[in-house]
Design a protein around this ligand. Structure first.
Ligand SMILES: [Zn+2]
Length: 479
């Protein structure tokens, strides 16, 4: 399967670049049914590292994992009016099974609030039963028309947390606690800087009182919602009758949250850090952190070089670094270099017979593009630091890029022309009227990505209507 990879340039055709990187790096391809995705080893391994980082943090903040069924009666879904209205166009319904028409149609979960809150009504009786702090790792299905690998597919993998609390205060704190967990994983692990804020009514999760979002800027200056944490108020406890006897002996409805992060974030890693040569992976999520490429001509050289390569690998693995020796015989070193660059491996070590004799290796850094010779001992000892520096460089690059592409709105026309010409994030005052919000999205295809978590001075009049500003909104075109 030798193939010379050729990527379109990001600056010329970003969507084509994205599709080619995902395919050529062995991350994913389309399934047989439109909108479905086959996740390949390199893509799945990145997801597993994200998963692990999240799951450890869920457990550390007191959550437990559970699993609920993929199917539930369609009528269960219909109890929460906003929720069903928001999701109805995307729900797939099973009408036949075992060769017969079912008596009752079944929904394939597009999200699990309905089945979980229905269950909570049987689990919660007293304040002593609260809080419920549960998460599930699963797949969900949402009938999507316009799909793109990882970013928007009809079936995707995610986690969904669903918690129930005795007080509003506790539920709001939980919403923010999980926002911070997401921030750690998206920023500190995936090196994607995010802006955190609330969604407008129009953009909010159907059935939530408040949605907190984390938005990153991709290298085409569009926004990607990386994760959301929802404060559900008592909407679902009322719809599914989740009541408890409080300390004073009075019946109350429980307060809820839900929060999710999906395989979409893998697409976010690609689009935040990738360049014209392919992926650039932060080491936390890199399936291979250091690849060692042996260079030799004769069998004798091969024996010496491979022995050294294996010994360096053993030292790196001993330092908890994911290292691999690429000893495939059928490819030349140059081919291997491009392939590992395409796959985004943070550090490549090259070793030839002369390096073995001098007790040196060549260290090539995927993020900075730097390349130099170091003594073997020094290279091994420096590796944890180099990996961290690579993470930092990716984060700093992405942050500088976002700052350079964030604009203060001076007028509606200026914003409209600016978004058309250069995209980016546009920040300015909004009166909170959905009519103005629609006017902007109609004219620019940009939506409100975030409103500050705590309201701030909007900094002037609404950029659309000129009435007094109420919120300081960040607008952008988004995935
Ligand atoms: Zn307005």
């Amino acid at each position: 399967m030798a193939k010379e990879s050729r990527l379109p340039k990001q600056s010329e055709d970003f969507p084509a670049w994205y599709n080619q990187v995902v395919r050529q790096a062995g991350m994913a391809e389309n399934g047989l049914v439109k909108g479905t995705m086959i996740i390949k080893p390199h893509g799945f391994a990145i997801w597993e590292y994200v998963q692990r980082a999240l799951d450890d943090r869920f457990k550390a903040t007191g959550h437990e994992n559970v699993y609920f069924p993929l199917l539930f009666p369609m009528k269960l879904f219909e109890a929460e009016a906003d929720h069903v209205e928001g999701f109805a166009p995307e729900v797939a319904v099973v009408t036949h099974g075992g060769g017969q028409k079912l008596e009752e149609p079944l929904a394939i979960r597009p999200t699990s609030e309905a089945v979980i809150w229905d269950t909570y009504s049987r689990w919660v009786q007293s304040y002593r039963d609260l809080p419920l702090l549960y998460n599930q790792w699963c797949n969900v299905l949402r009938w999507e028309m316009r799909t793109r690998l990882f970013l928007r597919t009809s079936e995707f993998l995610w986690q969904e947390g669903h918690t129930a609390h005795a007080t509003k205060q506790e539920a709001w704190e939980e919403t923010l606690r999980m926002t911070e967990v997401y921030r750690e994983v998206v920023e500190d692990v995936c090196a994607i800087p995010v802006i955190i804020g609330r969604k407008s009514d129009a953009e909010r999760f159907p059935g939530a009182d408040e949605t907190v979002t984390l938005e990153g800027m991709m290298r085409d200056t569009k926004a990607l919602q990386s994760a959301t944490s929802h404060f559900l108020g008592q909407n679902f406890s009322r719809a599914y009758n989740v009541q408890f006897l409080n300390r004073e002996g009075v019946q109350e409805y429980a307060w809820g949250t839900s929060w999710g992060l999906s395989t979409r974030v893998v697409g976010g890693v690609v689009m935040t850090h990738g360049d014209d040569r392919g992926l650039r992976l932060p080491y936390h999520v890199a399936p291979v952190q250091v690849v060692i490429v042996p260079i030799y001509k004769t069998d004798e050289e091969a024996a010496t070089v491979l022995e050294r390569a294996e010994s360096i690998k053993a030292d790196l693995v001993g330092n908890s670094i994911r290292a691999r020796v690429d000893d495939r015989d059928q490819y030349r070193p140059g081919y291997k270099f491009s392939e590992w660059e395409l796959k985004g491996v943070p550090i490549r070590l090259e070793i030839g017979p002369r390096d073995v004799a001098a007790d040196e290796v060549v260290v090539a850094d995927r993020v900075t593009g730097g390349k130099n010779s170091r003594s073997t001992t020094d290279a091994v000892a420096a590796m944890p630091g180099l990996l961290k520096d690579g993470w930092q460089a990716l984060y700093d690059d992405a942050l500088a890029f976002r700052e350079a592409n964030t604009h203060e709105i001076t007028s509606f026309d200026d914003m409209r022309e600016g978004i058309e010409a250069e995209g980016g994030f546009w920040v300015g005052a909004w009166c909170s009227d959905p009519v103005c919000e629609e006017k902007v999205s109609g004219a620019t295809k940009a939506t409100i990505r975030t409103l500050p978590l705590d309201k701030v001075d909007p900094g002037g009049a609404c950029v659309v209507c000129g009435r007094p500003g109420d919120e300081r909104a960040t607008w952008a075109r988004a995935y």
